[in-house]
Design a protein around this ligand. Structure first.
Ligand code: CAA
Length: 243
């Protein structure tokens, strides 16, 4: 595939970092969007040999996305690939969930997807080419104790992707969703070990996934080879849930 400009949200840590690095390895220029961790962003840029640049803005804020997108285009050129990966958890039983933990998860995980697509899709339509991959979760497919907020946001991404795929197909833009299962990252690293152990016991392949295993799926979906795949929901979860 010829070199493209890719935007990866949450692209300097966890699954997003692996996706950024995989797209760089495929020959693309990557704009990795981050908001929290400057140190991780500097480390990513340092290792990217000029092929990856970190951009700091809040993907849950529409105006910030408009400004951030303009900076990315000015710095790297027109964007052809978008991976909406940024996400947070605020786990807790629903009957004890503070309103703030509902809104923050919906804003960061789902509204971000609207914001980034809304600012980037018009340019893709002009180019008559685009690849959008939204990183959802097994827990958006099946639900999970303690994750009413997260499951709602992640399930929302699936419907969002299917509708946008329909509207975009005739313009050469594919929109797909990847649903990772439990992957070895900081996010799962923060879970209570007993809870995590009981979840791993339910994974047929007998282990958690690796970030690279999600990045490999994304690399394929953004390639020319995947032109006929759109509106799809791809599970990568070690057999834990078969949608
Ligand atoms: N299945 C069945 N019952 C469960 C359960 C489960 N998975 N989790 C909790 N329960 C039950 C408990 O046994 C307990 O029952 P009793 O009241 O009868 O004793 C009740 O629910 C409340 O449990 P806790 O006392 O543990 O309540 P808590 O408020 O301290 O915590 C929780 C509950 C928030 C659900 C906690 O167990 C938790 O954090 N679970 C993990 C949630 C999870 O999987 N998060 C994924 C993070 S990683 C990620 O999100 C990435 C991705 O995409 C996969």
């Amino acid at each position: 595939m010829s070199q493209k400009v890719a935007v990866v949200t949450g692209g300097t840590r966890g699954i997003g970092l692996s996706i950024s690095n995989a797209l760089i390895a495929e020959g693309h220029k990557v704009a990795a969007v981050y908001f929290g961790n400057n140190e991780a962003a500097m480390k990513f840029e340092g290792a990217a040999n000029g092929n990856g640049k970190a951009f700091k803005f809040d993907v849950s804020d529409y105006a910030a996305c408009e400004r951030g997108y303009a900076e990315i285009v000015e710095s790297l050129g027109d964007v052809s690939i978008l991976v909406n990966n940024a996400g947070i958890t605020r786990d807790g039983m629903f009957h004890k969930m503070p309103e703030e933990n509902w809104h923050s998860v919906i804003h960061t995980n789902l509204n971000s997807c609207f914001n980034m697509c809304r600012v980037i899709v018009p340019g893709m339509r002009d180019q008559k080419f685009g690849r959008i991959v939204n990183i959802s979760s097994i827990n958006g497919q099946k639900g999970q104790f303690g994750q009413v907020n997260y499951a709602a946001a992640k399930a929302g991404m699936i419907g969002f992707s299917k509708a946008l795929a329909l509207e975009s197909a005739a313009k050469g833009i594919t929109v797909n969703t990847v649903c990772p299962g439990y992957i070895e990252t900081e996010m799962t690293g923060h879970m209570n070990q007993d809870v995590l152990d009981s979840i791993v016991k339910q994974i047929p392949v007998g282990r958690m996934g690796k970030p690279q295993e999600i990045a490999d799926v994304v690399s394929f979906l953004v390639s020319e080879k995947a032109a006929f795949i759109t509106g799809a929901t791809l599970s990568a979860n070690g057999g834990q849930y078969m949608a």
